[in-house]
Ligand binder design. Structure first.
Ligand code: SF4
Length: 64
């Protein structure tokens, strides 16, 4: 099982991931990115969003 997550200690709220992939990301109440879906983790938009993050805050983690 894989889990998409944003490290909010790293996120600077630039909005890049949200602009590229609004299926998986939206702003939270503090203006940081939050994950809104764990579906379709293979999508090209998600890959682009992960690569776009300037602080490498987005990860797909394996959980057992
Ligand atoms: S691209 Fe990275 S720093 Fe920018 S909002 Fe998304 S998670 Fe935060």
């Amino acid at each position: 099982m894989e889990r998409l997550c944003v490290d909010k200690d790293k996120c600077i709220g630039c909005g890049a991931c949200i602009g590229i992939d609004n299926e998986h990301f939206d702003f939270d109440d503090e203006g940081l990115s939050e994950v809104i879906s764990q579906d379709n983790l293979e999508s090209d938009d998600l890959k682009d969003a992960i690569e776009s993050c300037p602080v490498n805050a987005i990860k797909i983690e394996s959980e057992n």
